[in-house]
Design a protein around this ligand. Structure first.
Ligand SMILES: [Zn+2]
Length: 186
């Protein structure tokens, strides 16, 4: 079974209409264009220091991944399916699968040590929206994704991590976004 068909099997079954609300894994969800996140961040950056706003967006992503991981960890049936199919650590696989299945991008680990992990993605929706719908920029735009990856590192390795996007496809000069995730405390 290909990974894509398994994604569909696991995720499509979990998306349903309930009294006119779109429910995914029992939680109400909405579809909205990714550029809305970028525009929200821009509006905040007009009012507050840019560095602080970017840290807040990073932390929103980080906390979301940690909550999501705890949620998936509780889905024992899905964990068992992964173990049976020998796809490696169920939690790490579920993390990557839940990100790609919900449109956050496919991630590849380029390097991993205790203190540093390098991830890359060739399909960040933030970089795409910035480049195609707004305008190319040399500033990285994937702060939420960076935070999500930091959260994934925390769930995976323990301790506290912070991610920095060292190359972003929003520039139009590269096709990939690369994130350096650094351990900042135990
Ligand atoms: Zn990016």
């Amino acid at each position: 079974m290909g990974l894509k068909s398994m994604q569909n099997m696991l995720f499509l079954k979990q998306i349903r209409d309930e009294n006119g609300m779109l429910m995914a894994f029992g939680k109400p969800c909405v579809f909205m264009p990714v550029r809305m996140f970028i525009e929200m961040q821009r509006e905040l950056e007009l009012e507050f220091p840019k560095k602080k706003v970017r840290e807040v967006f990073h932390d929103i992503g980080r906390k979301r991944t940690i909550r999501g991981a705890l949620f998936f960890k509780a889905l024992r049936g899905i964990n068992r399916a992964f173990e049976t199919l020998s796809l490696g650590s169920p939690l790490v696989q579920m993390g990557a699968l839940s990100l790609s299945s919900t449109g956050w991008g496919d991630f590849t680990i380029l390097k991993s040590t205790k203190d540093k992990i390098i991830f890359k993605t060739a399909n960040s929706p933030f970089a795409y929206a910035q480049k195609k719908e707004l305008e190319p920029t040399n500033e990285p735009v994937c702060q939420i994704l960076a935070g999500m990856i930091a959260g994934a590192a925390e769930v995976w390795k323990g301790g506290r991590y912070k991610a920095k996007e060292i190359s972003c496809a929003a520039s139009g000069k590269t096709n990939e976004c690369v994130f350096e995730v650094q351990r900042i405390s135990d």
